[in-house]
Design a protein around this ligand. Structure first.
Ligand SMILES: *Cc1c(COP(=O)(O)O)cnc(C)c1O
Length: 386
């Protein structure tokens, strides 16, 4: 079993950098070994090392899950084979007839899961603008079981008042769930803000290198963690040991990456606001962003996702084929900067009228800003927008 990594209580950067370093006391390996095994040998009847079968538990997954629970300040961390697998597992706690109030421009895959998989099973998502507390309040019915918040939303960067919504939900016995993929617990800490569950696609910032798919659920309460562990094991969408190892390695440098990516994003967003072909810039770090102050209160950082609207549809395809440092690809959060076209990539599953109404139009582009030299990123965009 894992020894306490560090004897004294340390700050988060230290805790993350040392994750897994004391697992193997016999050999003393600094990097945690990869336990690439499906099963575990027992020395006698009734004896176990604590591991029986890798769907139920594997050392690499356990270290990662404990690290995330500690990082988030929750009772239980659970890792999944992807962010969607994490959300799907979470949905198992609801029953036909239940309603969820969901942020209006959610991740496209979340919308698809709710509409195409869970709605036919009788679990209904009601979409509201969660940046308006009153909109959430008036959507609550007798059947509401949870509020599912993304904040900032994707790609329009709307900010929800997480403490206010969680308080509202808590008063009515409704669970508050936050998909915190964009900010990670390094910047924003949903459980401390009042949420019951924090969710992650660790595919993004947490792993950080565009090389692995993984998801997390972290619960505030132990009982809910146990209930979800039952579903994790019963359904079996668990990550393999290598993916857990890669994610653990990624998390060690999360603070460095988040700071650098945010700094780069702030400069790019400011530059975009001055560009004559750019009509609108959505980045909560900009003072003029409507959620700037609110996010500043509930998060240590503004993140590194920027969306912007160009003034002409023709520019879109030109930009996408002329960028060379930015890679034209779906996803976000890694060290390499990516550019995405939400209307045809990440948000294609949201019906066009809904998309248009909430502002995801055909002239909107989204940037995930990486760790490169910011001047190279700006030069790249400047050339592509020419
Ligand atoms: C990517 C993403 C997901 C889904 O995660 P996968 O790891 O791709 O399955 C869920 N929510 C948000 C906000 C995301 O960005």
């Amino acid at each position: 079993m894992m020894k306490q990594a560090l004897k004294n209580k340390v700050r988060i950067e230290t805790h993350l950098a040392h994750a897994g370093t004391h697992w193997d006391d016999r050999i003393g390996s600094v990097s945690m070994p990869v336990y690439q095994t499906s099963t575990f040998r027992h020395s006698a009847l009734g004896q176990s090392t604590g591991f029986d079968y890798s769907r139920s538990g594997n050392p690499n997954r356990q270290v990662l899950e404990e690290l995330m629970a500690a990082f988030e300040g929750g009772a239980r961390g659970l890792a999944f084979s992807s962010g969607m697998a994490a959300i799907d597992c979470l949905m198992r706690i609801f029953k036909p007839g239940d309603e969820l109030i969901v942020s209006e421009d959610p991740y496209g895959g979340t919308f698809r899961l709710f509409e195409k998989v869970y709605r036919p099973l009788g679990i209904e998502a009601i979409y509201v603008d969660t940046s308006k507390r009153e909109a959430v309040a008036s959507a609550i019915t007798k059947r509401t079981r949870a509020v599912f918040i993304e904040s900032p939303t994707n790609p329009l960067q709307r900010i929800a008042d997480i403490p206010a919504i969680c308080e509202l939900a808590g008063d009515k016995g409704i669970r508050c769930i936050v998909d915190n993929t964009f900010l990670t617990p390094y910047f924003q800490r949903p459980l401390e803000l009042g949420a019951d569950i924090a969710l992650y696609s660790a595919t993004k910032y947490l792993s950080g290198h565009n090389d692995v798919l993984l998801g997390f659920i972290i619960t505030k309460e132990k009982d809910l963690g146990e209930e979800l562990y039952f579903y994790q094991n019963a359904v079996g969408a668990v990550p393999g040991p290598w993916d857990c190892w890669l994610t653990l390695r990624g998390i060690k440098t999360l603070p460095l990456r988040m700071k650098r990516q945010e700094e780069n994003a702030g400069k790019i967003a400011a530059w975009l606001t001055t560009h004559k072909r750019v009509r609108k810039v959505y980045y909560p770090g900009l003072k003029e962003h409507p959620g700037h102050e609110l996010l500043g209160r509930q998060s240590k950082g503004f993140g590194a996702m920027i969306s912007f609207e160009v003034d002409d549809l023709e520019i879109v395809s030109r930009v996408l084929s002329h960028v060379t440092v930015f890679l034209f690809a779906e996803s976000l959060g890694g060290v390499e900067s990516l550019i995405t076209y939400p209307a045809v990539q990440t948000h294609a599953d949201i019906d066009r009228p809904i998309r248009e109404r909430i502002g995801i139009n055909d002239r909107l582009l989204r940037l995930s800003v990486g760790i490169e030299d910011v001047d190279d990123l700006i030069d790249d965009l400047a050339r592509a927008l020419e």
